[in-house]
Design a protein around this ligand. Structure first.
Ligand code: 3HC
Ligand code: NAI
Length: 706
């Protein structure tokens, strides 16, 4: 018997327990162990019924996702192959009850549905989250779920992958009972009640899938929702096709159809990208050189200095996590303004029904507005979010040193400035670090944590823990101008603007990148974020720009005309009052053409392909330089930062994963062509050259760092 699955007895009920921590994934040996245990229990005359339960913190959280990569790379012959095993479980003549706690996800729910009954702990969750990995359920989920829950619920669950709490699952017919108290004891008792009854096999049930007119209506509604919510994704549509098969084909044929669609998805670049993202989100939390047991500061109180766009959002993050937070502004007027925006944001969430009034009141009560440093001695962390000016930041940090306790973390939300220079304004640079939030700070799920040359391990480890606590993914990067995210974004924006000068139209550049999957095109993003922000930064850094390097011609001129983007009703596009819909503006087009002419740029037809390669490869090339310099720890850190912070499509896996999918040699060769055409801005990154010429990928680079 496999050690991963154990078989014990509670009187006349056999108990099969899965022991594959941490999440009881269906790794090799687990399905086989279940099959063997069911066969043994079936053959044992003293056993009248069977309970299947997960050991530790959860039921089965799904197939072992690591296995998928081995399969698609040809490293293992092993197919998913659960179907025959689940068919055997379902065919068992004795009643089998799945006892669910924690999560029954993916193959876990599929296993439970192959059992004859399902009971669950009140806090259990069930779901078919496969589409979040770019695949569809591959062990009968799309066939059994509609039989239990109906076509509408099944199609929705398989297409979007959201978890369903036990109470809802009971209502839907996915589970049969909620057990308060001891789950195993309750499940054993439930199983005994079923002794003597013929096993109720999910595959035989048809009453919830027999009304074809209703089925068609339900499938059409979910297909519509997919068009809106899952732009560019392949799996959700395939999942619906598979659920549709359940309504049209006998069970076995439906399972075969599901397999066919499952494999199509599994071998796609989309699923490889999304699996990369699943592991990426967990990988970025692991910092080489900083042990898991590094001492951390306990964060009982926080303080934020500067209550503008970013400071307000950052303050909300702390309040949302239940941490009391001081909210400091320069004047009562600025304080009132900042606080009013926070209130408005919370009230909007209450109006949408995503927060109760009571929760809003609790959060507001955690925010203590102030115009003085009086209580800063109590703060364990201070996040500075004043204007982006070095002299002001240094002044604020010098003040913070005087008013905070020595062990407090002093974090700056600067988006480009040198963290070490900011730290130099204090005599405790080990306590100083960058906490670069993304706008809107209360919404965006990423925190770029910028380690200064002296930031201590404790400060770094605590910062990573804070990110988790405030529901963000913390990504540790090194200190350089723009850090990882904005340094790369600068290159992307630069190329977008060069393309305009060379002949592409604003809306053409944006459309190509939107169709690629970006949340917005680069020029529309500029209008949303505010073009004046970059303008101010360019002025601050003008003295550092090397002479003779091509610079975008139009961005500054647009700002000089007062076109700051959406907030002024005009930027790269124009906007009608109260409407965010960008409208191409002939005035901007004329300006671009005029400036290009003055600069002697020959305008030409520009293809979609060139727009995509010029912008995305600009990210990749700078990303490779950043990796080479050690500013990003791994390529996956860059990918996660881009997906979570810049609207990069998860199904492309991030810029570095996308480059791997294209092939680094191909990317490198194209970059060499760009260098010939456009000069030194396109000098290929030495690391990219090295990897491309040795047939390696960024994934190989990351692996070598493990
Ligand atoms: N396969 C392999 N490893 C998995 C895994 C899985 N299905 N689920 C989680 N893990 C690993 C994580 O990578 C992590 O490893 P690490 O400690 O080395 O970083 C560890 O288990 C713990 O995971 P989390 O940190 O995510 O733990 P949480 O408690 O925060 O969350 C969870 C637990 C909700 C189960 C979450 O891990 C999760 O959502 N997992 C994925 C579930 C899923 O997608 N299941 C479907 C798989 S596909 C499938 O079943 C196909 C089938 O239809 C044939
Ligand atoms: P903002 O202009 O909206 O807010 C700055 C606030 O700081 C103002 O309300 C001002 O009154 C206040 N302030 C100035 N000096 C102060 C002092 N001594 N004490 C207390 N308050 C003081 O600016 P925003 O956009 O919030 O930017 C703040 C920081 O966040 C900057 O460093 C910026 O680079 C960074 N950032 C901005 C992003 C954005 O999208 N706006 C994104 C990420 C980082």
């Amino acid at each position: 018997m496999s050690e991963l699955v154990s078989l014990t007895k509670d009187g006349d009920v056999a108990v099969i327990t899965i022991n594959n921590p941490p999440v009881n994934a269906l790794s090799p040996g687990v399905p086989e162990g279940i099959k063997e245990s069911v066969a043994k229990a079936a053959a044992d005359d003293t056993v009248k019924a069977i309970v299947l339960i997960g050991g530790g913190r959860t039921f089965i959280a799904g197939a072992d996702i690591k296995e998928f990569g081995k399969m698609t790379s040809g490293k293992t012959e092993r197919g998913v192959g659960f179907n025959p095993i689940l068919a055997q479980v379902e065919a068992c003549p004795k009643p089998i009850v799945a006892a669910i706690h924690g999560t029954a996800f993916g193959g876990g729910l599929e296993t439970a549905m192959a059992c004859h009954y399902r009971v669950a702990a009140p806090k259990a969750l069930v779901g078919q989250p496969e589409c979040k990995l770019g695949i569809i359920p591959g062990a009968g989920g799309t066939q059994r779920l509609p039989r239990l829950a109906g076509v509408a619920v099944a199609a929705e669950m398989c297409a979007f992958g959201d978890p369903v709490p036990a109470a809802k699952a009971l209502q839907f017919g996915i589970i049969d009972k909620i057990i308060d108290g001891d789950l195993l004891a309750g499940a054993v008792e439930f199983a005994r009640e079923k002794v003597g009854q013929p096993p109720r096999r999910t595959c035989d049930q048809t009453d919830k899938i027999s009304n074809q007119a209703e089925n068609e209506k339900a499938l059409a509604a979910v297909r519509d929702a997919v068009k809106k919510r899952s732009r560019g994704l392949m799996a959700p549509g395939k999942a619906i096709d598979a659920v549709e098969a359940a309504t049209k084909l006998p069970f076995e044929a439906g399972v075969e159809k599901e397999q066919e669609l499952f494999k199509e998805c599994l071998y796609s670049d989309q699923s490889k990208a999304m699996i990369h993202v699943f592991f990426g989100e967990r990988a970025v939390a692991k910092i080489p050189g900083i042990a898991k047991d590094t001492p951390q500061l306990e964060i009982k109180r926080a303080a934020v200095v500067g209550g503008g766009t970013m400071g307000g959002g950052i303050t909300m993050n702390y309040a949302n996590a239940g941490i009391p937070v001081l909210f400091k502004e320069i004047s009562q007027e600025a304080l009132d303004k900042g606080l009013a925006i926070i209130k408005k944001n919370y009230a909007a969430t209450v109006a949408k029904g995503r927060l109760t009034q009571e929760q809003m009141d609790q959060r507001m009560a955690l925010i203590e507005p102030t115009t003085s440093y009086d209580k800063f001695k109590e703060a364990d962390i201070v996040v500075e979010a004043v204007f982006e000016e070095m002299s002001l930041k240094k002044k604020v940090f010098a003040e913070l040193e005087k008013v905070t306790k020595p062990e407090a973390i002093l974090a700056s939300n600067t988006s480009t400035l040198n963290v070490d220079e900011i730290a130099s304004a204090t005599s405790r640079p080990a306590q100083v670090i960058g906490h670069h939030f993304f706008s809107p700070a209360n919404v965006m799920r990423v925190l770029e944590i910028v380690r200064g040359k002296d930031s201590s391990d404790t400060v770094i480890a605590t910062s990573m823990a804070i990110a988790k606590k405030i529901n963000k993914v913390g990504i540790l990067v090194g200190n350089c101008r723009g850090f990882v995210g904005n340094r790369m974004f600068h290159c992307y924006q630069r190329e977008a603007q060069f393309l305009l000068e060379e002949g592409a139209r604003v809306e053409h550049v944006d459309k190509v990148l939107y169709d690629y999957g970006m949340a917005m095109g680069p020029l529309a993003v500029g209008d949303l974020a505010g073009l004046d922000v970059g303008w101010r930064i360019r002025k601050e850094y003008k003295h550092l720009e090397p002479a003779g390097i091509r610079q975008p011609l139009v961005a500054d001129l647009i700002c000089e005309r007062g076109r700051y983007g959406q907030k002024t009703g005009a930027g790269w596009y124009k906007y009608e009052a109260g409407n965010r819909q960008p409208i191409p503006d002939p005035e901007v087009q004329a300006l671009i053409e005029e400036e290009a002419k003055k600069a002697g740029i020959q305008r030409r037809e520009i293809s979609d392909q060139e727009i995509l390669e010029r912008t995305i490869y600009a990210l990749v090339n700078e990303g490779a330089n950043i990796l080479d310099e050690g500013i990003a720890l791994r390529a996956v850190d860059i990918d996660m930062l881009y997906i979570l912070g810049y609207g990069y499509p998860a199904h492309r896996g991030g810029p570095m994963k996308y480059a791997d999918a294209v092939g680094l040699k191909k990317v490198y060769d194209r970059i060499c062509e760009f260098e010939k055409q456009h000069g030194s801005l396109w000098a290929p990154a030495p690391l990219l050259k090295k990897l491309a010429e040795s047939g390696q990928s960024f994934a190989d680079f990351d692996k070598a760092k493990e």
